[in-house]
Design a protein around this ligand. Structure first.
Ligand code: ZN
Length: 199
């Protein structure tokens, strides 16, 4: 009986190792230190962000998250995040779609001066942890590098993937990773210099 339990434990442990290991298989994580990979990320694009907060996240915390996300993006695709504008915002609605419209209206007067707009809230919304519209207006509720970087992937016209950062399901057992697959990174690089200011 004890022997059987031990065998079962071993099987479970191996299973867990395989599942957690999967998170990095097929992503660019293992390539980050290679000179040729780093060369492909140059020149660095500075992406200007219009940042909005409803006050539920502090400016300091938002700046920290942007810095961490910037570091992650820069080492994978050579995109660096720069805050160009700050806005206070009242969302009025808890519907993602309406919220992005409110957001676009709020930043309208400087829409040619920034690349991507990102708004933060911790309102408890029904669906989704983050949202992006017109590949430019991002709203983040799940205050993580993962959520932000994933939406930035969409801003560079990358759709959903079965694995890596662009996988849509990022629950605790879905092998969530902060790294693009090689294919998705390639797509970001192709669209890296896209002009966000023309619709
Ligand atoms: Zn997505």
């Amino acid at each position: 009986m004890a022997n059987k339990a031990l065998k079962l434990a071993i099987v479970i442990i191996i299973g867990l190792l395989l599942t957690t290991g999967c998170a990095t298989i097929g992503t660019v994580k293992s390539l980050l230190d290679e000179p040729s990979f780093q060369q492909e990320n140059l020149p660095v694009r500075e992406l200007k962000l219009a940042v909005a907060t409803d006050g539920s996240r502090s400016r300091k915390n938002i700046e920290e998250l942007i810095k961490k996300t910037s570091d992650l993006m820069e080492k994978q695709v050579g995109v660096r995040l720069i805050i160009s504008h700050w806005f206070d915002i009242y969302w009025r609605s808890k519907d993602w779609d309406e919220m992005t419209d409110i957001f676009a209206a709020r930043v309208q007067n400087c829409k040619n001066e920034f690349d991507v707009a990102v708004g933060f809230t911790n309102w408890n919304m029904v669906r989704s942890q983050a949202f992006v519209k017109k590949n430019r207006y991002i709203i983040i509720r799940n205050f993580t590098v993962h959520a932000f970087a994933h939406e930035l992937g969409h801003a560079f016209l990358v759709g959903h993937s079965r694995s890596g950062l662009m996988a849509p399901n990022t629950g605790p057992f879905s092998g969530a990773t902060d790294f693009f697959t090689a294919e998705d990174r390639e797509r970001v690089l192709i669209n890296k210099w896209r002009n966000f200011t023309k619709d």
